[in-house]
Design a protein around this ligand. Sequence first.
Ligand code: DOR
Ligand code: ZN
Length: 345
Amino acid sequence: MSDLVIRRPDDWHLHLRDGAMLEGVIGDTSRHFARAIIMPNLVPPVVTTADADAYRERIVKAIPGGDRFEPLMTLYLTEHTEADDVARGKESGLITAVKLYPAGATTNSHGGVRDLDKVMPVLERMAKIGLPLCVHGEVTTPEVDIFDREAVFIETVLDPLRQRLPELKVTMEHVTTKDGIDYIRSSSGNLAGSITTHHLIINRNAILVGGIKPHYYCLPVAKRESHRLALRAAATSGDARFFLGTDSAPHVDPLKECACGCAGIYTSINTMSCLAHVFEEEGALDRLEAFASLNGPAWYGLAPNEETIRLIKRAEPVTFPAKIETGAGPVTVFDPMFPLYWDVA
Ligand code: DOR
Ligand code: ZN
């Protein structure tokens, strides 16, 4: 197969940032994607529906003319979040999900949640009104090895929470382990998982072999090969509980290429080419549409996009810039380390 038409995809986990960075990156998403769930970890974070409303307006203003793109807004859960504000956000149609960052787990997560008990009233209200919780599933306990943080989170935080509140709809975001995949597969409902483009392509060797490669560093950190293979199997299986959330997370190069570099990989620009490559390798091109365009909307209770995109396999590799220039500075583009032949026509 060298020509594939699928419904226009959506990105169920995206960092657009703000200001000059937002303006520099949004076109790479709106070119191919119809909608995206927008992460709220700005500085300061998007905590209230008023914050989300204002941020949404800034995003809409930055969409390049001619592109149709709908940002789906989230709230950053804190121990001071008010259930009524969240409920109003959902009712008005502004808010698609609430994001749980365990405090200290990743970029700008220090205002996140330390004690789940403190947010139970909000979670109970969300369960009642059918508002999903998007979870960054890693514990931050210093004793836990960074490669085990997801597995330990499932056992000590996520599973207890789901038993306590089975009515709550939970998206386990950017699943990076076989443990996560197995946990989602074994659940009886109200649980789904997003998978990034880069975690389907790299394992932890990409970060560490032959020198430290900051542009492959993200959180949750890429794991060993057996986990990557489990992610590939899940993504390409057609199982409706798995869908695309790129977690494309731009940082300017100086903040990545330094003694303490930020976590985040920028994939918006070449995600569809990378995914077509992966699905072709797995003999699953016919299931790319489910992963990128159908399973996500079904989970979030939305209709799939009516428009389509066309992917064409070129005879020569398709090239992407090594970096994009934004008003905030240069951002390195994810290099999958193999040539890409699939092009969005
Ligand atoms: O790699 C990551 N980058 N993981 C996250 O969880 C946050 C993100 C960011 O905001 O840079
Ligand atoms: Zn993220």
